[in-house]
Write a protein that binds this ligand. Sequence first.
Ligand SMILES: [Zn+2]
Length: 206
Amino acid sequence: MNQMTGPDRSQAEFLVELIHQLAEGGELPATSGNFSFKSLEDPNKIYLSESGVDKERFSIENLVPVTTKGELIEAGRKVSDESALHLMTYRAFEAGCILHGHPVEALHFADLYPNKTEIKISGLELVKAFAGNTDHNDSVIIPFYKNTQDLNTLATQIAGDWKKGHIFAFIIRGHGLTCWGNDVAEAKKHWQALTYLMDYELAKGL
Ligand SMILES: [Zn+2]
């Protein structure tokens, strides 16, 4: 039973609402996608989504408390196999909430640039949606990585490449999109801006 109260409960409710929205939009098929936020009350605690749950039926009870090292705080729960990506992101970046899903536009977007390891987008009004940007000529960088089932090694590589870097997202080719923000609201804003920018670039590439 989840004992969340106060600010953590508000974050959890907002995150569950967002998961339902993304699921209804078809971005989280076949129980895919995983989500987390850092407790506002205990800096050593992270809430991670439970493994294998249909995201249209996801509830606050499916957020599992773990330590920042990924150790279960409640016995008998199972978090996503992709938790390594979340734990790395909290260690390497200023993140309070992380969203990971498999939107098909992220896969097609990365396919537009098969030989690039990252892409920088600038000159569009929506780049202002990213934290720290104030002008449409500011930019957002989206790195690309090859898919692997060894997510621990991949997580270490991403952290090494971008530690302290000004990024809010990365794409794993043929797999999906991970993005984050200081809290659920900012992560949502970044996700929406990213999918918009990817749709724009895809339409241009046709
Ligand atoms: Zn995934």
